[in-house]
Ligand binder design. Structure first.
Ligand code: 5GP
Length: 112
């Protein structure tokens, strides 16, 4: 069986991380190494390794992740100032954890 991802270990309480949002499909944590004042990760409970592995049956789940990100942006008061949503994919995309996650980044003027 495939090794658990870091995010599965957090969800299973084998690794310490404050879960700031959770529903039946999705949870969210603060990034351990933030690149901006607000840097959250929105993660599906279902393990999908990369965006390349997303199937048609995941369409609703991906949409829900964006809805959760939008709601968290409002909760963290960056909805009006603005923010960025990013899925890093594979090596050139800078992906380091092979369990898809949406970065929600904001709280300052972002440089590309
Ligand atoms: P990726 O590089 O795969 O797009 O993003 C993975 C993110 O997960 C990185 O920004 C990294 O800082 C974060 N991360 C890795 N390990 C942990 C952890 O144990 N706890 C938390 N909260 N974030 C982590």
């Amino acid at each position: 069986m495939e090794e658990k991802s870091i995010f599965e270990m957090i969800l299973d309480k084998e690794l310490e991380s404050e879960i700031i949002y959770e529903d039946e499909d999705i949870f969210s944590i603060k990034d351990i190494n933030p690149i901006a004042p607000v840097h959250l990760l929105i993660i599906p409970k279902k393990r999908i390794n990369t965006i390349n592995d997303v199937s048609d049956e995941d369409t609703l789940l991906i949409g829900k992740m964006v809805q959760v990100a939008k709601n968290l942006a409002k909760k963290y008061e960056i909805d009006e100032s603005g923010y960025r949503l990013i899925f890093n994919t594979n090596d050139d995309g800078g992906q380091s954890v092979y369990h898809i996650h949406l970065h929600l980044i904001g709280g300052e003027k972002l440089k590309w």
